[in-house]
Write a protein that binds this ligand. Structure first.
Ligand SMILES: Cc1cc2nc3c(=O)[nH]c(=O)nc-3n(C[C@H](O)[C@H](O)[C@H](O)COP(=O)(O)OP(=O)(O)OC[C@H]3O[C@@H](n4cnc5c(N)ncnc54)[C@H](O)[C@@H]3O)c2cc1C
Length: 641
C-alpha cells in the first residue's frame, strides 16, 4: 500500500455484519448470576438517586439539554439561532433568521420552568427576545416594521448573550491558557483538553488546527512543568480529531492522506511524548475508521514513539466493528511492545450514520439500530479491555449510572479510569468518587471560541434529547428508577429483536414503491477495491454509441471520443444527422408506436430490468462516466445511481 510503512497490519473488518449474528454473541456474554445483578442494581440505584437529589435536576448543562432537547421546537429553534449567529456573516440576515425562529418557540411558557440557573437564564434571555419581536403579534404596518428594526439589535445582543451562557457551560475556556487556569482550581480531576473544531475544509484551516493543537500541547506541558514524572495515565492529555488536521480526510484520498496527515499526527504525538502527556485520537464517522487506523498504525509504528505509553484512541461501541477493532488494538500493543490507552464511548454520530447509510444505499448499517445493542456491545468491549489491562489502559467514557455500576462490577476500580464531558455527569461522578475513593474520572474539556462550538453542541443535543438517552430519563423523576435500570439484555429478548423494526434497511427505504439504488461505502476498503477493479476491467474495451429510435439502431456521423483525463481515445460515437433528428421527431409525434403498444406492466418491468442492468454493469458505466467527462468517483457513482 503506497505511503504506508507501518509494521502493523491494516485494520479490515466487515462494515455491517447482520445484527442478529452479533446479538447472539453479545447476549451470551451478558448473562450474570442474581447476586451480581443485585450488586449492579444497588450501586446504580444509589447513583441515580444522587443524581435526582441534586437541586434543580442534574445540574449544569444537563438541565439545559433536558429542557431544550432537539425534539422540542425550542431546541430546534435554538440550533438555528446558533447557526444564525455563528455562521451568517451579515447582521441583517442573522436578524431575519432569529426573528423567524423565535416565533417558533414558546420560550416563556410554563413548559420550561426549571429552577436551574442556566435554564432559567437562557429561557429568560430568549423569552425577552421573543417578546421584543413576535411576528405573529405584529400587524404588517410601517410603524411595526420600524419597531421591529429598532428591536433587532437588542434581540441579537440578547440571543448572543444566551449563546455565550450556553458556551460557558460546555467549554472550559476560550483559550488553552484560560482552560488551564480553570482546571487548576479543580486539581481533583484529570483533564483531557479538546480544541474545538473539526472537519477542516481547506488546507489553511487544517494548518490552523494543527497550530492550535501544537500550542495547546506546549501550554499543557509547561503548565505541569517539573512535577515529578508520573505515568501518562495520571497526567493531563489532549484529544485530537483527524478531520481537523486534513481537508481531504476521506477514504478515496487514502494515498494523499497517508502522505500528508501521517507526518502531522506524528509531529503532534512526538510533542505530546516530549511532555509525557496523554494523546488521544477521537473517534469520528464510521466511514473514516479504516483510514484513521491506517494513519494511526503508521504513526504508532514510528520508532521515535517507542517507550511512550501515552498514545490512545477512541472506540465506538455502536459500531458493529467495535470488538474486532479492540482485537486489532491488542495486537498492535503486543507487536509494538507498548501500552496503549483506549477510550471506550458509545458513539456520538448515530443520526448521521443512519442517514448516511440510507443516502448511500448501503446493504446495511455500520452501527446498531437499537440502543440496547449498543449497551450490550459496550459491556462486551468493557470486559475485553479489562482483560487486556496489561497492554491497554482502558478509559470508560459514559454518563450512564447503570453502565458505570456494571463496569465496576466487571473490573473493580483499579487499572482504568472513567471519563466524563465537561459540564456533564457531575452529580454521578461526585457520588461515585465519594463512595469509591479508589475510582478515578477524567474530564474531557472542550476549549475554544463560541464560533467553533456548534457541531459539538448539536451532537450533545441530539444525543441527550433522545428518549433513549440515560441523561434524559435520569433527569425525569416521573420515570421509575426500575425503568432507568432495565438491563439491555431484557430489551433484546432474542437475536431476532436485535434490529429496530422502525428503521428499514437502506435498500428498503422506498419500499413498497421501489428498491433504493445500490450504493457503496468507500470507507470499506474491500468494497472500494472491488469497485475499482470492476472499473479498471470496465475501462478495458472500447465503447460505441449510436442513435436508437423506437428500438432501431441507426448509423449517424462517426466521431472519436477523447478522454479529458489523459487524451486517450475511449470509443466512437455516431451522432445523429438532420435526417435522423427528423425521424426521431416523427417517431415522437407518432407516440413511439412499439413502446405505446406495450402493456403498462410490461413497460414497468422493462424499466426495472434496465435499472438492474445499469447496476450489474456498473464497472463499465462508471469507467465511461469518468473517462468521458472526467468525473470524480463520487460524482460518477451518484450519476449512475
Ligand atoms: C469523555 C468523553 C469522550 C468522548 N469522545 C467521543 C469520541 O471520540 N467519539 C464519539 O463518537 N463520541 C465521543 N463521546 C460521546 C459519546 O459517544 C456519548 O457521550 C455517549 O454515547 C453517551 O453515552 P452514555 O453512556 O453517557 O449515555 P447513554 O444514554 O447510555 O447512551 C447514548 C448512546 O447510545 C447510542 N444510541 C442511542 N440510540 C441508539 C440506537 N437507536 N441504536 C444504537 N445506538 C444508539 C448512541 O451512541 C448514544 O450516544 C465522548 C464522551 C465522553 C464522555
Amino acid at each position: 500500500m503506497t505511503g504506508l510503512d507501518s509494521a502493523l497490519p491494516p485494520f479490515r473488518a466487515p462494515l455491517a455484519p447482520p445484527d442478529e449474528e452479533l446479538a447472539a454473541g453479545l447476549l451470551a456474554d451478558a448473562a450474570h448470576d442474581d447476586a451480581t445483578e443485585r450488586r449492579i442494581d444497588a450501586r446504580a440505584r444509589t447513583l441515580v438517586e444522587a443524581i435526582r437529589a441534586r437541586t434543580g435536576g442534574l445540574g449544569g448543562i444537563e438541565d439545559f439539554l433536558h429542557a431544550y432537547s432537539l425534539s422540542t421546537k425550542e431546541g430546534l429553534a435554538l440550533m438555528v439561532l446558533a447557526e444564525a449567529l455563528l455562521r451568517v456573516p451579515d447582521a441583517a440576515t442573522a436578524d431575519r433568521l432569529i426573528e423567524d425562529k423565535l416565533a417558533a418557540g414558546r420560550w416563556l411558557d410554563g413548559d420550561i420552568k426549571s429552577p436551574a440557573l442556566l435554564v432559567s437564564a437562557s429561557a429568560w434571555t430568549l423569552g425577552i427576545a421573543a417578546r421584543i419581536i413576535h411576528p405573529g403579534e405584529m400587524p404588517e404596518t410601517i410603524l411595526d416594521t420600524i419597531a421591529r428594526r429598532l428591536g433587532l439589535p437588542t434581540l441579537r445582543a440578547a440571543t448572543r448573550q444566551a449563546m455565550r451562557l450556553i458556551s460557558s457551560h460546555f467549554v472550559l475556556g476560550q483559550t488553552i491558557e484560560e482552560a488551564l487556569d480553570r482546571a487548576r482550581g479543580h486539581a481533583e480531576f484529570r483533564y483531557s483538553f479538546d480544541m474545538l473544531g473539526e472537519g477542516a475544509r481547506t488546507a489553511s484551516a487544517a494548518e490552523k488546527y494543527f497550530a492550535a493543537y501544537a500550542a495547546a500541547i506546549a501550554a499543557i506541558g509547561s503548565s505541569i512543568g517539573n512535577v515529578a514524572p508520573r505515568s501518562p495515565a495520571a497526567r493531563p492529555g489532549i484529544s485530537v480529531k483527524l478531520s481537523a488536521l486534513h481537508p481531504r480526510f476521506e477514504a478515496i484520498s487514502q494515498d494523499r492522506v497517508l502522505a500528508e496527515l501521517k507526518p502531522r499526527l506524528l509531529d503532534l504525538a512526538r510533542m505530546a511524548k516530549a511532555h509525557e502527556l496523554q494523546f488521544t485520537v477521537d473517534a469520528e464517522e464510521a466511514e473514516r475508521l479504516e483510514l484513521s487506523l491506517d494513519v494511526i498504525g503508521a504513526v504508532l509504528a514510528d520508532p521515535s514513539l517507542r517507550g511512550w505509553d501515552g498514545f490512545g484512541l477512541a472506540v465506538q461501541a455502536y459500531q458493529k466493528r467495535a470488538l474486532p477493532l479492540i482485537a486489532w488494538i491488542e495486537d498492535a500493543a503486543a507487536t509494538l511492545s507498548s501500552r496503549l490507552t483506549v477510550r471506550l464511548v458509545k458513539g456520538a454520530y448515530w443520526d448521521t450514520e443512519i442517514k448516511r447509510a440510507q443516502e448511500r444505499g448501503l446493504d446495511d448499517y455500520p452501527v446498531f439500530t437499537r440502543k440496547a445493542m449498543t449497551d450490550l456491545c459496550y459491556m462486551a468491549c468493557v470486559k475485553r479491555l479489562l482483560a487486556a489491562r496489561k497492554n491497554i489502559f482502558p478509559q470508560f467514557a459514559t454518563h450512564n449510572a447503570l453502565t458505570v455500576a456494571s463496569v465496576i462490577e466487571a473490573g473493580g476500580v483499579e487499572g482504568f479510569e472513567f471519563q466524563r464531558l465537561y459540564g456533564m455527569g457531575e452529580a454521578l461522578y461526585a457520588a461515585l468518587l465519594a463512595d469509591l475513593p479508589g475510582a478515578t474520572c477524567r474530564v474531557y474539556a472542550p476549549v475554544g471560541g463560541h464560533r467553533d462550538l456548534l457541531a459539538y453542541l448539536v451532537r450533545r443535543l441530539l444525543e441527550n434529547g433522545a428518549n433513549s438517552s440515560f441523561v434524559s430519563v435520569a433527569a425525569d423523576p416521573s420515570v421509575p428508577i426500575e425503568e432507568v435500570l432495565r438491563r439491555p439484555q431484557s430489551w433484546i429478548a432474542s437475536p431476532a429483536a436485535a434490529r429496530n423494526a422502525k428503521i428499514p434497511l437502506p435498500r428498503d427505504l422506498y419500499q413498497p414503491q421501489r428498491r433504493n439504488s445500490a450504493g457503496i461505502e468507500f470507507g470499506e476498503r474491500a468494497s472500494l477495491d472491488a469497485l475499482l477493479a470492476e472499473i479498471r476491467a470496465g475501462a478495458a474495451g472500447s465503447s460505441e454509441a449510436q442513435p436508437l429510435i423506437d428500438g432501431v439502431a441507426l448509423q449517424g456521423i462517426e466521431r472519436t471520443v477523447i478522454s479529458p483525463i489523459d487524451g486517450r481515445a475511449i470509443g466512437v460515437v455516431r451522432e445523429g444527422d438532420e435526417a435522423i433528428a427528423r425521424a426521431a421527431m416523427a417517431a415522437a409525434a407518432a407516440g413511439f408506436p412499439a413502446w405505446a403498444a406495450t402493456p403498462c406492466e410490461e413497460r414497468a418491468a422493462l424499466i426495472e430490468r434496465a435499472a438492474e442492468r445499469l447496476e450489474s454493469h456498473r464497472g463499465e458505466l462508471l469507467a465511461l462516466l469518468q473517462n468521458e467527462a472526467g468525473k470524480t468517483l463520487d460524482d460518477a457513482v451518484a450519476e449512475l445511481r
